[in-house]
Ligand binder design. Structure first.
Ligand code: ADP
Ligand code: ZN
Length: 288
């Protein structure tokens, strides 16, 4: 069966054609302009590839409530031309095939859970630390939803007394994203995260916040594996710092051999740039 996958991002649209085994055999990248300028070329690609179903991992916020009238719309995005855009409807009408959608973070989480670092694990928590912080939770290859979907990048954590930065999240004073995203690092230290390599105090504090959040995810979800990626995690020295601090925060409370081998438990994504597009493909595969 020919399946389509779309990774819809704020700057680019990755379109791929693949099969039900998760192989991708063709892909193109289209810059994200307005829907009118962008969507027709994506539709043409999928028509030429004769896809029989489409999975979309999309920037948000999204309406994912299946029983609501606005299901499958991009809602209050700062990208004005995409506000209230009915993306699922556009592809269903344009292609005449079933269309499945989830957030970009959830798609990447699913890609890693099924084909990447989480393969074979029952409960996978995927975290991306970039411009924002996103978390996808995947149990037996199914993403957690409920009311909307977890927004675990905004969990509240303890701000350290030596940290005078007020946080970058407009909603919460001391949430994970507000204190530890790329823009939070820039706001606190006055320089971009990628320019701060080698500054131990920067990464020690960053690792502390990431470890607090991960400790909470371990306590809440009991994951078999934690996959930690995103632009900020290009600072590879963060991994050992985080692994050590998670051990300290757990303080021996949860007993399992996996937690004794933190370097195999808290790991980088295995699919590189392909987590999102493979996950989008899997969104369609899983439903059919
Ligand atoms: P986005 O979240 O926008 O999709 P990324 O995951 O690449 O994209 O995250 C971008 C953020 O990552 C920026 O805040 C940037 O400062 C930070 N970043 C990018 N490269 C590095 C690096 N090598 N080291 C630390 N931070 C980085
Ligand atoms: Zn927040």
């Amino acid at each position: 069966m020919r399946m389509g996958a779309l990774e819809a991002g704020g700057t680019k649209m990755v379109c791929a054609a693949g099969d039900e085994a998760g192989n991708i055999y063709k892909r193109i990248v289209i810059p994200t302009k307005t829907p009118k300028q962008t969507i027709p070329s994506i539709i043409s690609f999928f028509q030429e590839e004769r896809v029989e179903a489409l999975g979309i991992g999309c920037f948000g916020p999204l309406n994912l409530s299946k029983d609501s009238l606005g299901f499958g719309r991009i809602t209050s995005t700062p990208k004005l031309s995409w506000q209230q855009y009915a993306i699922v409807d556009a592809f269903q009408k344009g292609l005449g095939v079933p269309v499945f959608i989830d957030t970009d973070v959830n798609a990447a989480a699913l890609g890693e859970a099924v084909y990447g670092a989480g393969k074979g694990k029952e409960m996978v928590v995927y975290i991306t630390i970039g411009t924002g912080i996103g978390v996808g939770v995947c149990l037996n290859y199914k993403l957690l939803h409920g009311l909307v979907h977890p927004e675990a990048g905004h969990i509240l954590i303890s701000k350290r007394s030596d940290d005078k930065y007020e946080g970058v999240c407009p909603f919460h004073k001391n949430c994970f994203e507000g204190l530890a995203s790329g823009p939070a690092i820039l706001g606190r230290w006055g320089r971009k995260a990628e320019e701060l390599g080698g500054s131990l105090e920067v990464w020690e504090l960053e690792a502390d916040y990431i470890a607090q959040a991960i400790t909470n995810y371990i306590l809440a979800y009991s994951p078999n594996c934690i996959i930690l990626g995103g632009g900020v995690m290009h600072q590879k020295e963060l991994y050992p710092l985080i692994q050590e601090k998670v051990k300290q925060y757990l303080n021996g409370y949860i007993v399992h051999t996996a937690l004794e081998r933190m370097e195999e438990y808290i790991v980088p994504p295995a699919l590189g740039d392909d987590s999102g597009i493979k996950g989008a493909l899997q969104l369609a595969i899983a439903q059919l």
